[in-house]
Design a protein around this ligand. Sequence first.
Ligand SMILES: [Zn+2]
Ligand SMILES: [Zn+2]
Length: 378
Amino acid sequence: MLVHREKEKMLNNNDENNAAGDGDGAELNLGAPPPFKIADIRNAIPKHCWVKDSWRSISYVFRDVVVVFGFAVVAAYFNNWFLWPLYWIAQGTMFWAIFVLGHDCGHGSFSDNPKLNNIVGHLLHSSILVPYHGWRISHRTHHQNHGHIENDESWHPLSEKIYNSLDFMTKKLRFTFPFPLLAYPIYLWTRSPGKSGSHYHPDSGLFTPKEKNDVVTSTFCWLAMVVLLLELSFVMGPIQVLKLYGVPYVIFVMWLDLVTYLHHHGHDEKLPWYRGEEWSYLRGGLTTIDRDYGLLNNIHHDIGTHVIHHLFPQIPHYHLIEATEAAKPVLGKYYREPKKSGPLPLYIFSILLNSLKKDHYVSDTGDVVYYQTDPKHL
Ligand SMILES: [Zn+2]
Ligand SMILES: [Zn+2]
């Protein structure tokens, strides 16, 4: 019954879309095409925001690597059970910061030199067990298809049919906190429900034949890191490696899943997802969500400025705040100002919990659809 009502609401939304414009003062229909073009946003962003400064990018790597080793040395030196939990959270957050810099390399926004991007990207991502090219390519697919139900990659909605085909346990784990925050390693191995292929396998459907060699290289680098961790386990003992590396790795995975999920879910109003003719790069990108992470914004390289990053991934992270400010007058109501965070972004957990309770699947049909709730989900 509830599902029926949701469907009716969605169909009404679709009808409105055809008639809706962004009239002054009129309620904005978020699923309607915007009155501006992507070139208008591009033109509003100052020229210098597009310039990549390799030395500046390297200085962030230097900063993060020094902090990571500093934390590890201090934690190992004191080896104190009061300090370990603090270390795990701080170091896991630094692993996440390292990931974001590797993400810049993957987009080519780290430097204009592709070799430098690939070398630094491999060093950074392999060190936190991410297959650099494998993920870079699937992340590019995510950007190129954001907001598209079938073609988007990673945290896109499941269609009702795929949702219903999931076994009880998968459904439970996918929508019950904290399990979705542990999804990333599983996603790397098997992708999302309804899709097949692995980020480690060159023959995976994620990659074109030309990309195979790149994928093999990254899988080898990933394997080299696994071997290094095993060797360290022999040298300093597995418990010490678990304390210094294993637990921070899990915290990093939780950061990654939390941030990437909330960039595409959990807005107060339901945001549209598209199919077919209704999807466009601009309309898909406009449904992404910026987030404020308080004191952490600087630490994780302003990853919360997601809307402009999604539309223009070639802009380096250190210009995203300025680029976002410059784009706001063009975006108007299509830009959703993020909720202000306190020093620590604790508010995001209630957004996550709420979304996991409500955002389960989208209709199998329709070109502009909205999340619906499984009434049987507890
Ligand atoms: Zn995204
Ligand atoms: Zn990106």
